[in-house]
Design a protein around this ligand. Structure first.
Ligand code: ATP
Ligand code: MG
Length: 286
């Protein structure tokens, strides 16, 4: 019997749903009741500890949780000592300097001696130091984007994703300081048995992530069209080609990237493919 790996997950908020979805895709069954702080999986040696995202880096650093899922922005801000084992591809955002639209901004030196409002003072302090700029950091925990409008600050340093919040507050994004996404972090000195569970979990997570945006495509074609069809297909290795009961016909199977899918399907039809069938891919182990 393996030791149980405790994973810290945001209890509610932007990362909760994607994290729980990822765990579900790896085949791990976890009760969805969020009334309890700690929930064990029924078919895999993990338990989920639901926390505010602020508490996740520290909890993993001190070993109360073995691993956790948190935004890189939060991890960097806290400077917690935990290992990043995988970038998870969701929760994408960036930490940027933004200033009022009408301000004449010529790089971060324009903020010398000015006030910058933020919820990320450590990352901002490091950035300003690096650039040799002295500014007054004003820490607020939320609604940073309204700071300039109400005269609290001359500029802000905040999370941006689409940028629409900036626009509606009459701000323009200038310097991108950190590109962030959700990361899987681990305690530095993980017990070997727990590490073995982590490696199995990682194996599954990578297989699920490898399948994101992939489609399994099957089609039939006359043998004489085969070369034309194969030249259109960017298969992982080479596509599978199988004979059909009908003589001089074959079936071709391959995996396609969702992004190029429509373009390729059109070219396959032109090349003589028929009965093209497209299926979702749940996981892919390379
Ligand atoms: P908690 O209650 O757990 O402390 P929170 O309010 O601090 O939650 P959320 O707003 O749920 O945090 O955001 C969690 C993480 O989601 C952020 O730290 C960031 O990594 C990521 N994220 C992605 N896009 C955005 C966005 N547009 N705004 C804020 N966070 C985003
Ligand atoms: Mg938080």
């Amino acid at each position: 019997m393996s030791k149980t790996l405790r994973i810290a997950v945001q209890s509610k908020g932007r990362l909760n749903e994607d994290t729980m979805h990822l765990l579900a895709e790896t085949g791990i069954r976890i009760g969805t009741s969020k009334r309890t702080l700690l929930v064990a999986a029924s078919n895999f040696p993990v338990e989920v500890l639901f926390l505010r995202d602020d508490d996740i880096p520290g909890t993993v650093a001190d070993g109360t949780a073995d691993i956790g899922v948190v935004g890189l922005n939060e991890l960097e801000e806290q400077g917690a000592d935990a290992e990043i084992v995988e970038k998870l591809g969701f929760g994408a955002c960036r930490l940027s300097i933004a200033v009022p639209k009408q301000m004449d901004y010529n790089g971060i030196t324009s903020l010398e001696g000015r006030r910058i409002a933020t919820s990320y003072p450590s990352i901002l302090r490091r950035y300003l130091q690096e650039k040799g700029v002295q500014a007054d950091i004003h820490v607020i925990s939320g609604s940073v984007e309204i700071s300039t409008g109400i005269g609290l600050a001359d500029a802000i340093f905040d999370i941006v994703s689409s940028g629409s919040t900036l626009v509606s507050n009459n701000l323009k994004e200038e310097d991108v300081v950190l590109q962030s996404e959700a990361v899987l972090i681990a305690h530095r000195k993980l017990d070997p048995e727990k590490n073995a569970v982590l490696q199995e979990l990682l194996f599954r997570i990578r297989a699920v992530m490898g399948a994101v945006g992939k489609k399994y495509v099957l089609m039939n074609a006359p043998r004489e069209s085969l070369d034309a069809i194969l030249s259109v297909l960017p298969g992982i290795k080479s596509p599978t080609v199988m004979p059909l009961a009908q003589e001089d016909w074959c079936s071709i199977h391959t995996v396609l990237d969702e992004k190029r899918y429509w373009e390729i399907i059109g070219r396959l039809k032109e090349a003589g493919a028929q009965g093209i069938l497209v299926l979702p891919v749940e996981s892919m182990v390379l």
